[in-house]
Design a protein. Structure first.
Length: 333
């Protein structure tokens, strides 16, 4: 049993056969249930021009959810600095922090949030992708503007990373780090070692602080967990082959999909670093991640088709790690 805060990342899946409006409704329903289950924080990811993920601005989802939930911390995981003016990010999240004191996080990331080159350029008003130096300046400027526009209590800033470079920037700026183990698990341990070694205390964080995000699919049986995770496996296989994103498939379509031997090997290696299976299997996997990374907090991302199955997964994990054995009476697989 591990004794760490459990949090959640919402990627706003648009399931095949549904609409973006359905995805928004699912986000809201999941947020309310995560709050009731006692999850520590919920972050919303920024994506654009994706057939599988809604293009819902994290700041708007944060504002809407904060107004309709009583306790869970909320924020971006993350807003992508190259797509926004630093002063705009500071004003938006400072306002949210003033409206909802003690509940707002500003997680900042780097990627464009899209595989569609014209959309990436449009987000940058035609500019080329941000360089390392430009990204560093944007993050530093956002932090400076937060102090200038503060309306009282500040949001809690985090730096999202999936590489050594991101870990080094978080250490240099003295920020807590949220590491994308669910994207690049092979980078996690070494990058976090660099982060801890290079960390400089700041007004934002006195000592290294690590959140690790893990893809987590929990069900009553191993077979059910595999079934639930298969649509996302289809998406990953396409990305491995450079096909870009496709619509998030139904379980039936995913079950009919056939992976190549190379895809199966790559997926098996990835799954081995995540948490998938029954409560016992998932608990053991999360414990291994926590031990190997020294995480202070675990964040779960659960990209499965069907809101009821998704929330059920979160409930089963929470039940496993909660002294109060809180489970949802409202959802089922």
């Amino acid at each position: 049993m591990i004794d760490l805060p459990l949090s959640a990342l919402e990627v706003s899946i648009v399931e095949a056969g549904t609409t973006p409006a359905d995805a928004l409704a699912n986000c809201h329903a999941a947020a309310r249930e995560l709050d009731r289950l006692g999850y520590h924080r919920l972050w919303f990811a920024e994506h654009h021009h994706s057939p599988a993920i809604g293009a819902f601005p994290p700041v708007l989802l944060t504002a809407h959810t904060a107004a309709s939930t009583p306790g869970i911390r909320l924020g971006s995981g993350g807003v992508l600095a190259p797509n926004h003016a630093p002063i705009t990010l500071a004003e938006q999240f400072a306002t949210l922090a003033a409206l909802h004191p003690g509940r707002i996080d500003l997680g900042i990331g780097r990627g464009p949030g899209t595989f569609h080159a014209p959309t990436a350029r449009a987000l940058r008003r035609g500019a080329d992708p941000a360089t390392d130096d430009e990204y560093r300046r944007d993050v530093a400027a956002t932090l400076d503007f937060l102090l200038d526009v503060a309306l009282g209590e500040l949001p809690e800033p985090w730096l999202l990373a999936s590489s050594d470079a991101g870990a080094e920037l978080a250490a240099e700026l003295g920020l807590p780090i949220a590491f994308a183990h669910h994207i690049r698990p092979a980078n996690t341990v070494a990058a976090l070692e660099r982060y801890r070694k290079g960390f400089r205390p700041s007004r934002w964080c006195e000592a290294p602080r690590v959140l690790v995000c893990v893809e987590t699919v929990c069900a009553d049986t191993e077979e059910r967990a595999t079934e639930l995770a298969r649509p996302m496996d289809v998406i990953k296989a396409g990305l491995l082959n450079g096909h870009g994103e496709t619509a998030f498939p139904t379980p039936a379509a995913a079950a009919a999909h056939r992976f190549t031997e190379q895809e199966e090997a790559a997926l098996a290696a990835f799954v081995g670093e995540q948490a998938r299976g029954t409560r016992e299997t998932v608990a053991a996997a999360l414990s291994r991640v926590a031990e190997s990374t020294g995480a202070d907090e675990l964040m779960l991302v659960t990209p499965v088709y069907d809101i009821a199955a998704r929330v059920r997964s979160f409930a089963l994990v929470r039940e496993t790690f909660s002294d109060n054995k809180v489970v949802s009476d409202n959802v089922s697989e």
